[in-house]
Design a protein around this ligand. Structure first.
Ligand code: SPD
Length: 281
């Protein structure tokens, strides 16, 4: 049995499947967990890979740590999406964190992860508060601001389309504290059909935030293996000397818990190839 995710006509990713472990059509999407022959258990949503046990560390370290180290004292963190718990796990490696709100629209994602991806989420940590709500509505109603916001949504189809909208990011900016930092997943630069969404998103981030930068990570099970993310803030830049110092000390402290992110990756991830820069222009 094979799983295929086609990202351009008949071109895409193939993964050998041993068994379907979980398959549920929820009011929002189809959630599946498949036992693969190479990548451990793998979660898909509407036929698109969200994570596998073997490669999830890249995405979760890279969506969490650039923001978490950029902020001088990230106490309160909001994660929109991220129901598998991997982003929360990385966030909670930071000792300053006192409170994490994770807003996942679909409880089936959390249920399937707890059962079939048990090593991914840190659901027992008392700092983590899981809300089964629409993240768009949640950010509209924030009264106690967050130091870091992370948008760990799925691809811009179905319920995640609004996670690429201007009004959502305006509300996120309002929900950030004075030195707030936000990161978001922003799709593969190799998939032409996503270029309009990527260009549009970075143009609105530039208008909404004082700092907005794209950065990259290499994730084998995502379309074409190259993935883009956004770093935005109300003033802090990822290459600020204070940030570099925090990254240096913090990554040493975390040691082998980090398997992708390190001091050099933190800075190098912001170097963009010409064809990626062209998407943004
Ligand atoms: N095409 C893959 C996009 C995945 C974005 N979110 C993944 C969730 C992992 N926590």
């Amino acid at each position: 049995m094979q799983f295929n995710e086609f990202y351009n006509e008949r071109t895409g990713l193939t993964v050998g499947i041993k068994k379907v472990l979980f398959s549920e059509s929820t009011p929002y999407q189809k959630v599946e967990v498949l036992e693969t022959d190479t990548w451990g258990n793998m979660m898909t949503i509407d036929g698109m890979v969200m994570l596998s046990e073997k490669d999830e560390f890249v995405y979760h370290e890279m969506i969490a740590h650039p923001a978490m180290f950029a902020h001088p004292e990230p106490k309160r963190v909001l994660i929109i999406g991220g129901g598998d718990g991997g982003t929360a796990r990385e966030v909670m490696r930071h000792p300053a964190v006192t409170h994490v709100d994770m807003v996942e629209i679909d409880e089936a994602v959390v249920r399937a992860s707890k059962q079939f991806l048990p090593e991914v989420g840190a659901f027992d940590d008392p700092r983590l508060h899981v809300h089964y709500e629409d993240g768009i509505r949640f950010v509209e109603q924030v009264t106690d601001p967050y130091d870091v916001i992370i948008i760990d949504g799925s691809d811009p189809v179905g319920p995640a389309v609004a996670l690429f909208s201007e009004s959502f990011y305006r509300n996120c900016r309002k929900a950030l504290s004075g030195q707030g930092v936000l990161t978001a997943q922003t799709e593969s630069p190799w998939v032409g059909s996503y270029h309009p969404a990527i260009r549009n998103l970075f143009s609105l981030l530039k208008e909404t935030f004082e700092v907005s930068e794209m950065y990259l990570a290499f994730i084998p099970l995502y379309p074409a293996g190259m993935w883009s993310l956004a770093f935005t803030s109300r003033g802090i830049h990822p290459h600020d000397p204070d940030v570099s110092e925090r990254v240096e000390k913090g990554t040493m402290r975390m040691g082998s818990a980090l398997r992708y992110y390190n001091r050099d990756i933190h800075h190098a991830a912001f170097a963009l190839p010409g064809f990626v820069r062209d998407i943004l222009e």
